[in-house]
Every structure is written in C-alpha cells, then in structure tokens.
Design a protein around this ligand. Structure first.
Ligand code: UT7
Length: 322
C-alpha cells in the first residue's frame, strides 16, 4: 500500500508588522481588549505589490529545499486560498509557472480557514491512489485585502502569510488519516457576501469585505474543532496521550485554549502562533507546523494532529506521523 508522508515544510510572512497599537490609531480599539479577547499582539500585512502567489512561492521554495527535492520532482500542486491573485488562472497555476514546472495538475482549493486541511486531504488521496508521487500543498492568503479596515470587529483579527508542505509517496504512513466536513447552512455567519457572479460592482469598488457573527462562529469553532479531534483519534484507534502536538487553526487564543481543555490536551502540547500571526486563514496551520518543525519542537516519528475551521462552515483535520 502507498501512503503520503510530509518530507519538507516551509513558510513565509510578509515583513510589515501591524501591531495592536497601530490598530489603536485606525479604529476604536485598544491593545488590552485585543490581547484579552483574542491573544493577538501583531499580524503581518503584505506590501501593496505583494500578492498571494508571491507569499506561496516563498513558502514553497523553503519546503522544497527542506524536502531535498528538485522542482521537477513535483507532480501535483494544490494551493488553498480565499484570496487568489486573479479570478483565473488559479494561484496554483501561477505558482507552477514561477517554479518552472510544466504539465502536472495545479489547482486551487477554496475552504477558507479550513482550506489547508482540504488541500492536504485531496493531495493525500492523489498519492494513495497512485495519481501523484510528490505533491506541493500550500496554504496562502493576503486576507488583509478582504478586510474592512474601519470595522474593529474584524480588522484586528486577520493577517497575511503562507505555509507549504511537500508530500511524497512512501511505503510507511505519513498521513495516517484526514477528515473534512462542511455545512453550508451557516454560510451567512462568516463570509464575504460579494463575488464575481454576485454584486461584482462592490468588488470593483473595493468593497468586498469579511463579515462575521463573532460569538456564534466562536462557539461553533470550539465545538467542531473539539469533535473532530475525537473523530480523528477514533479513526486511528489512538488515545489523546499518543498525540505529541496539536496544531489547531489559529483564530483566537480563547478558542485554542477551549479546544485543548475539552480534548484534555495540555497547553504545552499545543502549537500557538496566533499571538504573532493573527488569523492567516488557510495559511495558519502550515505556518504553525513549519515554525514548530524548524525550531525543533516537532521531531521525526512524532504524531501531530492538525485541524482547521472556517467559513462555510468548513472544517477538517489530519493526523500525521512526521
Ligand atoms: O477563522 C475563522 C474562525 N474565526 C473565528 O473563530 C473568530 C471567532 N470569534 C471571535 O474570535 C470573537 O467572537 C471576537 C474576537 C471576534 C469577538 O470577541 P467577543 O468576546 O465575542 O466579543 P463581542 O463580539 O461579544 O464584543 C464584546 C464587546 C462589544 O461591546 P458591547 O456591546 O459589550 O458594548 C463590542 O462592541 O466588545 C466590543 N468590541 C470591541 N472593543 C474594542 C468588539 N470589537 C472590539 C475591538 N476593540 N476591536
């Protein structure tokens, strides 16, 4: 049987830091409120001439280098993003061209903050079925572009960034299981209610903004991300004690703490980047994974449970052995 295995990780954050005190000068908010209610201290914002594909490219190059492969070894590219450079071609096609790769499939996956989990699920299935042997899976966002910077309820939360992994076919797992879910009846609770086909004039006027019923999204995020831990462990016949690291979607430290508490996973085993990255949507999980691999916390052979939650609602998880 063929499995997929993570053989390299990479990430990239834009240089510009937007601190809570910067936000104090933009909207009616304060550092204390933001820290206590969200755990966020700063987030990164892409430069005006930097686009999602630029961030994805930097993260990909690091993942490819860490994997010790050549660009030409890659036979599948999936980019999870809500903030594609263009309506089309996909950001994955733009990335493919940057990397000098010709021929293999490249496409985007749109599941907002759960996007990376969906992309990983798809790539894992390509590899398990023999349709690909070496996949580049990226979560990349310039979420700052779909934020209303006069709305204090949302603008304090999000940031830009990218994370990537290289998945390779192997006789040993690797990715032990993936789990993805959606429920569209919650479509209005977290959304950008305009697009190419609907209200395009607002996009044209730069009015395509994220809206959110924060409290309801919060409650749902805790429930969904707690339940999917149980689902993942059950599927693998594993106990919580066997999880070395939990990497939850980085939206709010209170959500992360509540999920860890419900799952009875001690905070020392939970990777947190939300304080420095804010919510980078599809990039949040691979960014946190790469950080913990590079700083030596995550070691070969360890079991990592990754999970994402976002608009749709859509949510997902993966259990991987490094
Ligand atoms: O990635 C997808 C997943 N996204 C999420 O999971 C986000 C989930 N939601 C949240 O993280 C939280 O609901 C928020 C951080 C968005 C809000 O925190 P909260 O504890 O739910 O606050 P709240 O919305 O209930 O607001 C409490 C108060 C309100 O004032 P009143 O009505 O009590 O007078 C708000 O107007 O805080 C006020 N408020 C602010 N005050 C200062 C809202 N935003 C701000 C702000 N600064 N930025």
């Amino acid at each position: 049987m063929t499995f997929s295995r993570v053989i390299g990780t990479g990430s990239y954050l834009p240089e510009k830091r937007l601190t809570n005190s910067d936000l104090e000068r933009m909207v009616d908010t304060n550092d204390e409120w933001i820290r206590i209610r969200t755990g966020i201290c700063e987030r990164r914002i892409a430069a005006d001439d930097q686009f999602t594909c630029d961030l994805a490219e930097q993260a990909s190059l690091k993942a490819i280098e860490a994997a010790g492969i050549n660009n030409s070894d890659i036979d599948l590219i999936i980019v999870a993003t809500t903030t594609a450079d263009q309506v089309f071609p996909s950001t994955a096609c733009l990335l493919q061209h940057r990397l000098g790769i010709e021929g293999p499939p490249a496409f985007d996956v749109q599941a907002v903050c759960a996007g990376f989990m969906f992309a990983l699920d798809v790539a894992d299935k390509f590899i398990k079925t023999g349709s690909a042997r070496c996949a580049l899976v990226v979560g990349a966002e310039t979420f700052s572009r779909i934020i209303d910077w006069t709305d204090r309820r949302t603008c304090i939360l999000f940031g830009d960034g990218a994370g990537a992994v290289v998945l390779k076919a192997d006789n040993e797992p690797g990715v032990l299981s993936t789990h993805i879910h959606s429920d569209g009846k919650y479509k209005d609770l977290l959304c950008v209610p305009v697009g190419v086909s609907k209200n395009y004039n607002l996009v044209h006027q730069g009015q395509a903004y994220t809206t959110m019923e924060g409290g309801e999204v919060f409650r749902w995020a805790v429930t969904a991300m707690s339940d999917i831990i149980d689902e993942t462990l059950l599927a693998n016949n594993m106990s919580k004690e066997e999880i070395d690291w939990l990497i939850p979607h980085q939206a709010n430290i209170r959500i992360i703490n509540a999920v860890g508490k419900r799952a009875k996973i001690p905070s020392e085993k939970v990777i947190v980047t939300v304080d420095r990255h804010g919510n980078t949507s599809a990039a949040s999980v691979p960014l946190a994974l790469d950080e913990a691999v590079r700083d030596g916390r995550i070691k070969p052979g360890e079991h990592i449970l990754l999970e994402g939650f976002g608009g749709g609602f859509s949510w997902g998880s993966a259990l991987i052995r490094m």
